[in-house]
Design a binder for this molecule. Structure first.
Ligand SMILES: Cc1cc2nc3c(=O)[nH]c(=O)nc-3n(C[C@H](O)[C@H](O)[C@H](O)COP(=O)(O)OP(=O)(O)OC[C@H]3O[C@@H](n4cnc5c(N)ncnc54)[C@H](O)[C@@H]3O)c2cc1C
Length: 318
C-alpha cells in the first residue's frame, strides 16, 4: 500500500491535523441531578387536552420543581389557563406556576385573577407584560399594569406568591437598549421576583455572556435557561422571528433536507438540544426550564441525558 506513517493518505492527514475537541464531561455519579421545570400551554380542543395530559403523565415522574402554564390575552384563553392550572392542583402532586400578563385588563382585574389562583392553591406566578395582537404596537391598558415590573410589585401586595419573570439573552425586541433591558430585568427582581426564565436561545455562548452581563449589573437571582427542543424547524424559524430569538446558520444546515421527514427532524432536534444542555451543564448550569409544546418525548429524553431519572426525584422546592 502506498501510504505509510511518513506518507499518510490525505484523509488521515486531515484527521491528524484538524482541530481537537475534548469530550464534554458527564455528570459524576452521586452528583445531584439538575432541577427542571416544564412549560405547557392550555389546550384549545379535546384532542389537545388529551395530548397535554398524556404529556403531563409522562413527565410527572421526573419530579420537576414546578410546571408552568402559559396565558394568552382574551377571556377564553385565560379561562383555559385557569382550568389547566386548577386541574394540575387537583389531580397531580405537581407544583403549578400560572403565567399572568398585563394585557387588556385593569390592575383590579389582574389582581382578581391572581387572588383566584391563590384561593385555588396556586403559589407561583410567572409575571409577564404579554404581547399585543400581531401587527400592533404595545399600548398599556390605561388602568392596567404597564410593565412586568409593575405587575410583580402588584402581585406582592395580593399574596405571598413565588414570582418568576422573563429574561432575554438576545435582548427583548422592543427594548430601548441592551442596558435598559438589563435594568428592567433588575427592576423585576428587585420588585420581588426570585428567578428569571430566559427566552429560548440556540447559541450557548449568547446565554453565558448574558449571565456575565447580569452579574455585572448586580443581578444575583438564578437566570434559568429556557430550552426549546425543536422538532419542526420551519415552525421554529417563524416563531423565532416573531420573538427575537436568532436561529444560527449551523442549525439550518443540520436540518436542511428534512422538510418532509419528521422522524429525522425529531432525532436531529434531540441531538441539538442534548448538546446544548450538556454544554450548559459542563459550564455549571444545573437548572433548566423546558418549553415542552405539550409533547413529552424530546423533553423526557433530554432530561434523561442530564441525569434526571423517573422516581429519583429532583426537589420540588427552591
Ligand atoms: C419564560 C417566558 C414565558 C412567557 N410566557 C408568556 C405567556 O404565558 N403569555 C404571553 O402572552 N407571553 C409570554 N411570554 C412573552 C412575553 O409576554 C413577551 O416577550 C413580552 O413582549 C415581554 O414580556 P416581559 O414580561 O418580558 O415584559 P417587560 O419586562 O415588561 O419588558 C417588555 C419590554 O418593555 C421594556 N420596558 C420595561 N419597562 C419599561 C419602561 N418603564 N419604559 C420603557 N420600556 C420598558 C423592556 O426593556 C422590554 O423591551 C413569555 C416570555 C418568556 C421569556
Amino acid at each position: 500500500m502506498a501510504e505509510s506513517l511518513d506518507n499518510p493518505s490525505p484523509t488521515l492527514q486531515r484527521w491528524m491535523t484538524g482541530p481537537r475537541f475534548t469530550a464534554l464531561p458527564v455528570r459524576a455519579a452521586g452528583h445531584p441531578a439538575p432541577k427542571l421545570s416544564f412549560e405547557f400551554f392550555p389546550p384549545r380542543t379535546e384532542a389537545l387536552e388529551q395530548q397535554l395530559w398524556a404529556c403531563i403523565e409522562r413527565l410527572a415522574p421526573l419530579a420537576p420543581r414546578f410546571v408552568s402554564v402559559t396565558y394568552g390575552a382574551g377571556g377564553t384563553t385565560q379561562a383555559r389557563t385557569h382550568a389547566t392550572v386548577t386541574r394540575i392542583v387537583k389531580e397531580t402532586t405537581l407544583v403549578p406556576a400560572a403565567h399572568l400578563t398585563c394585557i387588556g385588563a385593569t390592575r383590579e382585574e389582574v389582581d382578581e385573577v391572581a387572588r383566584g389562583y391563590w384561593e385555588a392553591g396556586v403559589r407561583h406566578i410567572v409575571a409577564l407584560r404579554g404581547d399585543p395582537p400581531p401587527g400592533s404596537a404595545y399600548e398599556p391598558h390605561p388602568g392596567g399594569y404597564h410593565y412586568a415590573a409593575d405587575l410583580v410589585a402588584g402581585l406582592r401586595k395580593v399574596a405571598d406568591f413565588e414570582i418568576s419573570v422573563a429574561a432575554y439573552p438576545e435582548v427583548h425586541p422592543a427594548a430601548l437598549s441592551p442596558v435598559a433591558d438589563l435594568e428592567n430585568l433588575k427592576r423585576k427582581l428587585d420588585a420581588g421576583a426570585t428567578r428569571a426564565i430566559t427566552q429560548y436561545f440556540f447559541d450557548t455562548s449568547t446565554y453565558l455572556r448574558f449571565l456575565d452581563l447580569c452579574l455585572a449589573a448586580g443581578i444575583t437571582a438564578p437566570i434559568v435557561p429556557g430550552i426549546m427542543p425543536v422538532s419542526n424547524f420551519a415552525q421554529a424559524v417563524r416563531f423565532s422571528d416573531m420573538c427575537g430569538a436568532s436561529v444560527p446558520d449551523w442549525m439550518g444546515r443540520l436540518f436542511e433536507g428534512t422538510e418532509n421527514d419528521p422522524e429525522t427532524r425529531r432525532m436531529i432536534g434531540m441531538v441539538v438540544a442534548a448538546e446544548q444542555v450538556r454544554l450548559l451543564q459542563a459550564n455549571g448550569v444545573d437548572e433548566f426550564h423546558f418549553y415542552t409544546l405539550n409533547r413529552a418525548d424530546l423533553t423526557y429524553a433530554i432530561a434523561h441525558v442530564l441525569g434526571v431519572r423517573a422516581g429519583s426525584g429532583t426537589s420540588k422546592q427552591g
